[in-house]
Design a protein around this ligand. Sequence first.
Ligand SMILES: [Zn+2]
Length: 399
Amino acid sequence: MIVDTELNQIDIWVDHEKNIQVMCPECEKFYSVYDHSPERVYQHLNVCQMKTFIHVRLLRVNCPVHGVKQIYSEFGENGSDMTYEFEKLIIDISKECSIESIGRLYSIRWDRCWNVVDRAVKRGQARKEHAIPTRLGVDEKSFARGHKYETIVTNIDKGTVEYVADDREQESLEAYYKQFNKEELKSVEAVAMDMWDPFIAATKKYIPDAHKKIVFDKFHTVGYVTKAVDKTRIAEHKALNESGDQTLKGTKYIWLWNEENVPEWRKEYYYALKALDLKTSKACAIKDNFRHLWDYKYEACMRKYFDKWYFWATHSQIAPMIKAAKTLKVHIDNIVTYAKHRITNALGESINAKIEKVKRMACGFRNRQHYRSAIYFHCGGLDLYPYPPVKPCLRYRLA
Ligand SMILES: [Zn+2]
């Protein structure tokens, strides 16, 4: 052992006793030591706050059946330059802080940290049971500013990300479904998604009876009507402004709020605005009523309510509202499936929030592979740790 106080580092060399046998990793039978691989260095947990390294030459066995094999290392995983304990620590810290800060705390290079994350994800995915969740959420997420997207498939019941694919094309989602056989795909009961044609097409192609299982997300659906309110306000404000009327100036966000979210101090103003005889107030009332669609328990009731609302919206003489109502009418069959399945992509939204945090922590990603790994790492619900071999790989030679 060498303690270097200047480098603040401890190096430990580990050797084995002479009288041992080693286990073939394939058949788990014991044979004499064949030879030693070149020295490997594992970084270990700090000792007395000093960086600590373990130097070891791993043993190899010559199994009559499986040939020359390196035995499982009791120090660290094959391909890793960290001990099991140190790698677990880096995984734990990676969950809490950015790759950059780990680098600073432990003097570990950026790419070495990413290696830990990548390996942890691969390990977790290899351990994960091959199964398709019964209730899925499909969402899109922008990868960077501009128009790069990722398709994100979530397990609604477990709150985990199941799959991340490039872009938001039909093929992006199909690549997920393709991993499963017909029987497995049949077990899917419901899929929450936005009204996005490529996702609809992929799901209809792969999931039997998809027309009964696709549920358009409540919040995304309401979003169409909210946008119509905003467009109405913009047009009306322009018209009013021309005659010097500033009533709608600076009111954008007030109209986008749902009643229950209006802060106390804005409530008086909110109700006063809504009471005005404006097209925007009317559009806002239409939006508020539309949200009650999801209060109904039965599909037939939802349809009946929608028809009434649709009549009102399409006779409002508010062009953006008429357009939104017509779009929703086209998709109504998979809006009312909510009555049966009662799912939304709200989970997807909370995962989105988590991904935003991951993005900030990573200070941007140098490539898509890292971005994907980080999503699986933080949101995949995977068992990420490396574990040492369960059975001892060395034993004393039997007399
Ligand atoms: Zn063997």
